[in-house]
Design a protein around this ligand. Sequence first.
Ligand SMILES: CC(C)(COP(=O)(O)OP(=O)(O)OC[C@H]1O[C@@H](n2cnc3c(N)ncnc32)[C@H](O)[C@@H]1OP(=O)(O)O)[C@@H](O)C(=O)NCCC(=O)NCCS
Length: 260
Amino acid sequence: MQVDADFRPILGPQLVRLDPMRIKQLQDPLVYSSIDSLAKLSAHCLNLRAPLTTCEKLINSDNTLYLAWKFDEEQNVSRLLGFAKVGRKQLFLYDSQMQTYEGEILCLLDFYVHFSAQRQGVGKQLIDYLLAQEHAEPYQLALDNPSVTLLGFMSQKFGMSKPVWQNTNFVVFDELFQSFAAENGEKAPDGWNRPQTPRRIGAVSTDTRWLRNAVSGHQSKGNAMAAPVDADMTPQGALSNRAHQAKARKAHILSSKPLW
Ligand SMILES: CC(C)(COP(=O)(O)OP(=O)(O)OC[C@H]1O[C@@H](n2cnc3c(N)ncnc32)[C@H](O)[C@@H]1OP(=O)(O)O)[C@@H](O)C(=O)NCCC(=O)NCCS
């Protein structure tokens, strides 16, 4: 993203951390519109209707933008190379054993490198810088609905090769769960707590055994258990499913004991 202006006095170094306060202080419409344009390209790349990131939204949020840019002295232009937006969110997570966890976690919410600068190390520089600034390790990052490219990037550049899809479409890495299991044994780390034990219904308890067979995340994306399920999505399939469910419900009602 090329802009006919010198952003050096405004942005400073080539990797820059822009928290909401800093963005507000920039007070430069050209910087704002350039960042917004880059964010539009990110949305376009992911086939989203509206950008996930705008400066206006950032100012009114708790999220932080990490920006990579450079000044081209020969052509006297500034080039915005890419950005990563992060924020801390309270997430409810399943590990690959379907144990549940809840805690505040650093989330990568939007991540884009301009197509003219991809595969030149800009993305890695951005994430390294972001992790250093946030005092976090790669496995402590949750990815919001990541693209296949991003999963490949995390695997290749950070060795994060075991994504665990959550049904919220966040992805965390198995190492996250391993890290605090190793550090704390069964005890949850600070800021994390295991939610209530499964509720008991009748004489038997709900068992995580059932959850192990559940499919998390989007069916087309696969999941940690490598158990893809192809639902019959045709109208005929949906109708026959519904007919089957109705039959099962009726049989259940007829077979259950009256309440009084
Ligand atoms: C993901 C992304 C931010 C990485 O930025 P980058 O500057 O290209 O990353 P780096 O140069 O540091 O690392 C490159 C690595 O990323 C992965 N990668 C990047 N582009 C890729 C592509 N088109 N196909 C496959 N892998 C790709 C590869 O692992 C690559 O390593 P390699 O070049 O040694 O094979 C960038 O490719 C991008 O903006 N992609 C489109 C938007 C996107 O998918 N964003 C994720 C939001 S969900």
